[in-house]
Design a protein around this ligand. Structure first.
Ligand code: GUN
Length: 284
């Protein structure tokens, strides 16, 4: 039976670290501040946004909340971003995704000043990530790396297989694993012999968005398995991308769903808010 990686405990530790940094900033009369922007009434997004604001409160980060109607125009949203970009008090801007279809997501993400891009989605920050120099790293991928490292697993030289190539998880997590000296392979829907590739992994990251896609025959004995999937099934039950019940018998470490990667996203967001605030105040 694998060691279960406790994402709740590790995320609590990271939020506590962020809180302590906010206490230090307060001594300099600085309050880190995050603007959270939600457009429309997607229920899942509403929950995420509420949790982000709650985490801010816990960490001593001020949050500004903007909840805009589903009929908000792209121009109106861009105007709000311009205002927040210009606001010296506001250190981070988070626009909850997905956006309503009539708004061009790329255009919106490009508009956020890179130094306020606490989601790490701006192409400038993605570029820094790809050359191993990012300060603001995408939260979920950075959370995966923390889970691995804080479990005492050294990534150096390990065969790392990422299943999924999305811009918000698959691609950036591959770059972060590479920066940690892993040997990285990315699989996706067109990959041939995906099971065989996965069986070679010392560290397997599942970010496919298909419930129980990773079955035990795809996992090497003793592998570290990180499940990024959050699939909602019948009765709204959460299921990961990994067949946890069977894969946990083979893995050395595994994250559960819920309680694994999920809570890490917000914890890393808090860390990014502190990082952005310090950078904007020229604090090392
Ligand atoms: N939607 C799903 N995940 C995320 C995230 O990490 N950040 C934002 N802004 N929206 C999301």
């Amino acid at each position: 039976m694998a060691n279960i990686i406790d994402g709740k405990a590790i995320s609590a530790q990271i939020k506590e670290e962020a809180r302590l940094e906010a206490v230090e900033l307060a001594k300099k009369n600085i309050t880190p501040c995050l603007a959270v922007v939600l457009v429309g009434d997607d229920p899942a997004s509403q929950v995420y946004v509420r949790n982000k604001k709650k985490a801010c409160e816990l960490c001593g980060i001020r949050s500004l909340s903007y909840e805009l109607g589903a009929d908000t125009s792209e121009a109106e949203l861009l105007e709000l971003i311009d205002r927040l970009n210009a606001d010296k008090e506001c250190n981070g801007i988070l626009v909850q995704l997905p956006l309503p279809k009539h708004i061009d997501e790329n255009k919106v993400l490009l508009r956020i000043l890179p130094e306020k891009d606490v989601d790490g989605f701006h192409p400038y920050n993605v570029g820094l990530l790809s050359i191993g120099k990012a300060e603001l790293k995408a939260c979920t991928p950075a959370g995966c790396i923390e889970l691995i490292k804080r479990s005492g697993v050294d990534i150096t030289g390990k065969s790392c297989v990422v299943v999924g190539r999305s811009n918000i998880v698959g691609k950036p997590v591959g770059m972060l694993l590479l920066a940690e000296n892993g040997t990285v392979t990315t699989c996706h829907s067109r990959t041939k012999n995906i099971a065989e590739v996965c069986r070679n992994a010392d560290i397997l990251i599942a970010a496919v968005g298909r419930p129980k896609f990773i079955t035990e025959d795809m996992v090497k004995e003793g592998a570290v398995v990180i499940d990024v999937g959050i699939n909602r099934g019948a009765y709204n039950k959460l299921t990961g991308d990994v067949d946890f019940e069977n894969v946990s018998k083979k893995a050395s470490y595994i994250t559960p769903v819920p309680g694994g990667v999920g809570p890490m996203t917000i914890a890393m967001l808090m860390k990014n808010c502190i990082t952005a605030c310090k950078a904007q105040n020229n604090i090392k």
